[in-house]
Design a protein around this ligand. Structure first.
Ligand SMILES: [Fe+2]
Length: 462
């Protein structure tokens, strides 16, 4: 029998030997990822099915849809979805696909409207996902079975929020969101609590694509090691600005003194389910937009949380969202398109109600460093593309990029974890130049775990 739309779980999985993809012998001092993880289209298919379409994905912020009938569109793996507030203000998340012939109904990134019609045959839905009109239904001479069939937009299997961050899962077979995020939630708290009323996205999303695997982005956000070699042009510009102080750089940068940065500490936490937090001392904290309100922030959240807000911190919530706070603050949504193509959707994040002067500083830093037209992102994406091309050297199998810091990593927490009241799976602290790579182990253990869980399900269904 041909599989139907709802029978994807029964389509035989491509033959991939999953045990061949990760060489995890941490106890013996070795960890590696096979290049097929980045170049094999069959692995990509499994990632879509068993990771993105099988677990929680970030789908947006509550503050993006503040009013009744607001909506935003995004994707979970390959699936287009829409997050909507209905007329009463209740949030829902649905597959953005007309029940008639499958056409996408919501074509813009966000908007507002009580009713939405499919552009093909005009079936109309309200913001609660209910199908309120099938065009010319009375004249259609539909069979009885049509009336007995649900036409409403299909809701996702699970939908929940943490501190205003919305997550959805296409599979019901997931732990509750709080359990899934585990203590990575503290990384979210450090971001959300920066404003008395939480955070917002600065208007102006930027999306771009690169011709390489999504996991290069996943890793890069936690990759301290690449900063100095990859971002030489940015560092050069900062040095030049320092020597021409009067003329430029009113916004400043936490990376202004790269010598002080190199002498600072960096640390990492890994959490269950693939989430990781990289953190580091900030030797130039007065460059932070939040610095101007530090006394008020300390009074509100306490000295420990305020200190962590000033740290460099890059948080990855597996599999598809990252919040990077080093120069300004960026929210990144990773959307894999193919084994060698990825779309990024990026936003500048700010505390709600931030003072104008701080907001200006935040935007200038963002443009300088994070924007695709800035000094960092083009260097990073061209590095990913170089990796993708080089990984096509088919007689080479294993990467050597997962063992720096293995002498410093420990199971469980450390004094920094205690300070935050969290229990990570692993923690690590070292000098900046250690360039810890053990943080990726957390990503890949969850990655392989989900692939194996999916493969076991498929085997059980066969
Ligand atoms: Fe970078």
């Amino acid at each position: 029998m041909q599989p139907t739309m709802n029978d994807r779980a029964n389509i035989p999985a491509p033959a991939v030997d999953l045990d061949r993809l990760i060489d995890d012998r941490a106890a013996e001092g070795w960890f590696s990822v096979h290049r097929d993880a980045f170049r094999d289209p069959a692995v990509f298919e499994l990632e879509m099915k068993h990771i993105f379409e099988a677990t929680w994905n970030f789908v947006g912020l509550e503050s993006q849809v503040p009013n009744p009938n607001d909506f935003l569109t995004t994707t979970i793996g390959r699936s287009p979805v829409v997050v909507m507030r209905d007329a009463e203000g209740k949030l829902g998340c649905f597959l953005n696909s007309c029940r008639h012939k499958g056409a996408v109904i919501f074509h813009t990134g966000e908007g507002n409207g009580a009713h939405h019609s499919c552009p093909y045959h005009g079936w109309t839905y309200d913001t609660g996902g209910r199908c309120v009109a099938v065009t010319s239904q009375r004249q259609a001479r539909y069979p009885e079975a049509f009336g007995a069939t649900a036409h409403d937009l299909a809701p996702v299997a699970r939908f929940d929020s943490y501190r205003g961050l919305l997550f959805a899962s296409l599979s019901p077979d997931v732990p509750p969101l709080a359990e899934y995020l585990s203590d990575a939630r503290r990384g979210i708290d450090i971001v959300v609590d920066q404003g008395p009323d939480g955070i917002e996205l600065v208007p102006g999303a930027v999306s771009f694509t690169y011709n390489a695997n999504w996991k290069f982005q996943l890793e890069n956000s936690s990759d301290t090691y690449h900063f100095i070699p990859t971002h030489t042009s940015y560092i050069g510009v900062l040095e030049k600005r320092r020597s021409q102080r009067a003329a430029a750089a009113p916004a400043g940068s936490i990376y202004e003194d790269i010598g002080a940065q190199a002498a600072s500490r960096r640390g990492s936490f890994t959490f269950p389910n693939g989430h990781v937090l990289m953190w580091g001392d900030n030797p130039n904290m007065q460059a932070r937009p939040l610095y101007a309100s530090l006394p008020q922030v300390e009074a509100r959240v306490g000295k420990v949380m305020a200190k962590w807000m000033m740290y460099v911190r890059n948080l990855t919530l597996f599999p598809n969202v990252q919040i990077a706070e080093n120069a300004s603050m960026q929210l990144r949504i990773i959307r894999p398109l193919a084994v060698d193509r990825t779309e990024m959707l990026t936003y500048c994040v700010a505390p709600k109600g931030e003072a104008a002067e701080s907001r200006i500083k935040r935007l200038r830093q963002y443009e300088d460093f994070f924007n695709p037209t800035g000094f960092a992102t083009p260097d990073d994406t061209s590095a990913y593309e170089a990796c993708q091309r080089g990984d096509d050297a088919r007689t080479l199998d294993w990467q050597q990029g997962y063992v720096r810091g293995m002498g410093a990593v420990r199971a469980g927490g450390n004094p920094e974890a205690e300070e935050l009241g969290i229990s990570p799976e692993t923690s690590s602290v070292g000098g900046y130049l250690m360039g810890d790579e053990t943080i990726f182990h957390g990503n890949y253990r969850a990655w392989l775990g989900l692939l194996k869980r999916g493969a076991a399900k498929d085997a059980g269904a066969a």
